[in-house]
Design a protein around this ligand. Structure first.
Ligand code: FEO
Length: 397
C-alpha cells in the first residue's frame, strides 16, 4: 500500500491477512501489518522491508514510489525476518543501495543471508546522525526491544520516531493508517496489550530505557513496524508502555484462570468470582486455560493486579494448560501481582504446592489467603473457606 504520510514520507507497508499465527505461535485473527516507510529527500531512504510473504506487492509498491529515482539507502532497525525477510532480495535488486544498521545487525545479516554487504554497510551507533538532504536522522539504540541489534531512529526535521517493534499492534490496517482513526479502548488496546505482553513483555527494563531516551526527543509522530501510526495521543500510548514495562497493572481487575478436567475446579473458581462480585469487586474475568489462547491469558496477566490460579492435579503435577501458563508468565518476567490458589486432587492434591513454588520464585509476587484444597469437588462446608479467600483478595484492593 502506498500512502503519503508527509510531503516526502511514504508508507509502503503490507497487510498480511492470510497469516494464522504471528511468529508461528500467536493467533492474529485480524491479521498483521509489516510497516515500511520511504523517505524521498535529497537521497531516497527506505526504512525496513517486510516479511517474505509480502515481497511481491512490496517490491511493486517500492518501484512505483521511487519512480525514476534510485534507492540510495535502506535503514535496518530490526533484523527479525518479519521486517528483514526481503532485505537480501532488496539488496540484490538494488546493488547500489547502502545499508545503515548497527554492528550487531550487520552480524545478524551474515547469519541470515549469504550476500556479503561489508562494502555497502554503514554502521551507526548510539547518537550517530546522517543527513539525507532536508532531513537529518538520529539513531538511538534499543537493544532487546525486541532483539539485541535493534535501533530506532528519529527524524529531527519532522519530529518522527521510527520505533521498530516498540508501540506496535497486531491487526492489518486496510488503509486506516493512523491510530486516531480507531477506538482506543475497544479496538486498539486489547491487541496492543496482547502484542506488547507476548512480544516485548519480557524486556521491561530495556523498554524503560528506550522510553527515557524517547522522552528527551521532541516526538510528534511515531511510525512503528506493526500497526497504525501515532500522530495524536502519544501520551496515552507512552503511559501504557511505561506501565506495562514497569509491570504495573492497569487497574484493580481480578483474573481467574482455571485448569479443570471435569469442571469441579472450574465450579469452585466460578463460586469465588460470585463471592468477589458480592463483595463489590466487579471487574472479575474468568478464563479456562484449556480453551483460551495462551497469548490472551498472558496479556490479561499484564492488565490485572490480582490473579487466581485454580488447577487440578494431573500426573502428580499441575494440569498441563495451567502449567504452561505459569511457565509462560515466568518466562515473560511478570511480577508484582497478588495471587490466590485453588487446587484439586481426588487422591493426592499437589497442584497448589507446585503452583506456589512457581509463583513464589517470581519477583514481587504476594499470595493472599490460604490455598483452597478440593478433593474431587467443593463441599458445602468449604464455602466459609471460599468466602475467606474472597475477603483476603478484596482486603488488598
Ligand atoms: Fe516485528 Fe521483533 O519483529
Amino acid at each position: 500500500m502506498i500512502t503519503k504520510i508527509t510531503s516526502d514520507l511514504v508508507y509502503l507497508g503490507q497487510d498480511d491477512d492470510r497469516i494464522a499465527r504471528f511468529e508461528n505461535v500467536y493467533p492474529v485473527p485480524r491479521g498483521v501489518s509489516y510497516n515500511s516507510y520511504l523517505l524521498l529527500d535529497g537521497k531516497t531512504v527506505l526504512f525496513d522491508t517486510v516479511d517474505r510473504s509480502a515481497a511481491e506487492p512490496f517490491f511493486r509498491d517500492l518501484r512505483e514510489a521511487l519512480g525514476e529515482r534510485a534507492l540510495d539507502c535502506v535503514v535496518v532497525h530490526h533484523m527479525e525476518p518479519d521486517h528483514a525477510g526481503t532485505l537480501e532480495a532488496l539488496l540484490r535488486q538494488y546493488p547500489e543501495t547502502k545499508v545503515v544498521l548497527t554492528q550487531k545487525a550487520l552480524q545478524m545479516f551474515g547469519q541470515f543471508f549469504p550476500l556479503d554487504i561489508a562494502q555497502r554497510a554503514q554502521v551507526v551507533k548510539e547518537g550517530s546522525t546522517l543527513c539525507f538532504g532536508r532531513h537529518t536522522l538520529r539513531f538511538v539504540t534499543a537493544p532487546m526491544v525486541h532483539w539485541p541489534e535493534v535501533m530506532v531512529s528519529f527524524d529531527e526535521t519532522d519530529g518522527i520516531l521510527f520505533s521498530a517493534d516498540a508501540f506496535g499492534t497486531f491487526g492489518s490496517l486496510h488503509g486506516r493508517l493512523y491510530a486516531d482513526q480507531y477506538g482506543f479502548e475497544a479496538e486498539l488496546l486489547p491487541e496492543m496489550r496482547r502484542y506488547y505482553a507476548n512480544i516485548v513483555g519480557k524486556y521491561g527494563a530495556p523498554v524503560q530505557t528506550l522510553l527515557r531516551k524517547a522522552a528527551g526527543l521532541p516526538v510528534k509522530m511515531i511510525c512503528p513496524l506493526h500497526g497504525p501510526i501515532w500522530r495524536e495521543g502519544l501520551d496515552r500510548l507512552t503511559e501504557k508502555y511505561d506501565r506495562w514495562s514497569r509491570y504495573e497493572p492497569e487497574g484493580d481487575a481480578v483474573v481467574i484462570y482455571t485448569g479443570s478436567v471435569y469442571g469441579h475446579t472450574d465450579a469452585a473458581a466460578r463460586a469465588l468470582a460470585d463471592e468477589l462480585n458480592a463483595l463489590g469487586v466487579t471487574d472479575v474475568r474468568l478464563y479456562d486455560t484449556a480453551g483460551t489462547d495462551l497469548s490472551l491469558l498472558v496479556a490479561e496477566a499484564f492488565r490485572a493486579g490480582t490473579l487466581v490460579f485454580a488447577a487440578a492435579t494431573y500426573n502428580n503435577g499441575i494440569f498441563t494448560p495451567m502449567e504452561t501458563l505459569l511457565a509462560d508468565l515466568k518466562a515473560h518476567d511478570l511480577q508484582g501481582r497478588r495471587y490466590a490458589l485453588i487446587e484439586n486432587g481426588s487422591w493426592a492434591p499437589n497442584s497448589g504446592k507446585l503452583m506456589e513454588e512457581c509463583l513464589s520464585s517470581m519477583k514481587r509476587m504476594t499470595r493472599r489467603g490460604e490455598i483452597l484444597t478440593l478433593r474431587s469437588a467443593m463441599k458445602p462446608e468449604q464455602l466459609a473457606e471460599l468466602k475467606a479467600l474472597a475477603q483476603a483478595l478484596r482486603a488488598d484492593e
